[in-house]
Design a protein around this ligand. Structure first.
Ligand SMILES: Cc1ncc(COP(=O)(O)O)c(C=O)c1O
Ligand SMILES: [Zn+2]
Length: 361
């Protein structure tokens, strides 16, 4: 049986716990031994991320009442050495649906009736939509300045939106305060390890679609929910002997908000500046230490998205047919900037994480 385990003091808690972290302050990780990855265990009759449920700690069929058909996004061979994966082609138009689907499966399983969550927009969109499908009441905190389109979308799923007059980090603090004071489940994509059981399907899909993992993976990182899921799945494929070499991971941060860049084992104390890449503008990544001190056995390097290259990158992608949001354009900007200055061996993969229609500017 899977359970939560404190990453600091190693105390365990059942998946039904209402605490979002250990009483010692440590964050939970998932104590679950994933079955050895094998293509034979994929349920190829399901066209959503639950086709990979053999590798998730799911012990009931409630996912059938939760799925919105997320995942199985296309991979396009974009240019000679570059693939892009269309994770904006999701039910709520971002990759966060992968994690939210599995998180809300847990909520439904343990009988949660009401949740709060904070978000720069996309995770809130996802949690609101999946909670709507599951019949769970939902309140989402977003920082002032969040795209009105994202707010409208959250509200359209029946969730309440609280716009907090503060930064992304202060908004998260306010949301946690409410969760603690009013004893409401904190359905958070960063704290709850179940979310990573969903984001890891990004890698399973790449492997199933290409029959390999590209040499270089570029991953946008604010709180690192896609990154952490990817690393889990890559280690699973590696340990199953299906990939012989782990890819190099390029962690993309905004040059206006880069607490991980040049950090050793703890994120740097930084003052976030305004950036078009709102989705990765996280000054205090809660799992920052985990990101920096990873047990990932491959190489990872932190690179920056130059602010002045974000809009041109967005136009270039749009002129190629891909209409993405600014945060996603930032990942592409970081890639093009990197290859203009360094020699990059092999082929690369970029996730197109969020849809352009959600951006205001
Ligand atoms: C489009 C997009 N890309 C990337 C990210 C970064 O995700 P994370 O904060 O989990 O690293 C986000 C987060 O909101 C996002 O919305
Ligand atoms: Zn602890």
């Amino acid at each position: 049986m899977a359970q939560f385990k404190c990453s600091s003091c190693k105390t365990t808690a059942p998946l039904s716990t209402l605490s979002f972290k250990c009483s010692c302050g440590g964050l939970y990780e998932l104590d679950f031994s994933t079955p050895k990855f094998s293509m034979n265990l994929i349920d190829t009759k399901e066209f959503n991320i639950f086709r990979y449920r053999a590798f998730m700690p799911l012990d009931n069929d409630l996912w059938k009442q939760i799925t919105l058909g997320e995942g199985l996004t296309s991979i396009i061979h974009y240019s000679e050495n570059l693939y892009v994966k269309l994770d904006y082609a999701m039910p709520t138009l971002s990759f966060k649906d992968r994690g939210a689907a599995v998180l809300v499966w847990l909520l439904k399983t343990i009988g949660v009736k009401k949740v709060v969550q904070d978000s720069s927009g996309n995770a809130g969109n996802s949690v609101a939509a999946y909670c709507a499908r599951a019949g769970i009441e939902c309140e989402i905190f977003v920082p002032k300045g969040t795209s009105p389109k994202k707010i409208k979308m959250i509200e359209s799923h029946g969730a309440t939106v609280t716009v907090f007059d503060g930064t992304r980090d202060e908004t998260a603090d306010a949301c946690r305060k409410k969760a603690a004071e009013e004893n409401i489940y904190y359905a958070n994509h960063v704290y709850n390890p179940m979310f990573y059981q969903g984001t890891k399907t990004y890698i399973y899909e790449v492997y199933e679609q290409l029959g390999k993992i590209p040499d270089n993976l570029f991953i946008p990182v604010g709180n690192g929910t896609l990154l952490i899921g990817c690393r889990l799945a890559l280690m699973e494929l590696y340990e199953a002997g299906l990939i012989k070499k782990l890819p190099k991971i390029f962690i993309v941060q905004s040059e206006k908000c880069a607490p991980l860049f040049n950090a050793t084992d703890t994120p740097l104390e930084i003052v976030p500046h305004n950036t078009y890449a709102e989705g990765i503008a996280v000054g205090k990544p809660m799992r920052g230490k985990e990101i920096l001190n990873s047990t990932y056995a491959g190489v990872q390097e932190i690179i920056l998205a130059p602010e002045e290259k974000i809009l041109p990158a967005r136009s270039e992608l749009a002129l190629g047919g891909f209409f993405v949001e600014h945060t996603t354009a930032a990942t592409y900007a970081a890639y093009t900037d990197y290859i203009s200055k360094h020699r990059l061996e092999g082929n690369s993969l970029i996730p197109l994480c969020g849809a352009g229609l959600k951006s205001e500017k």
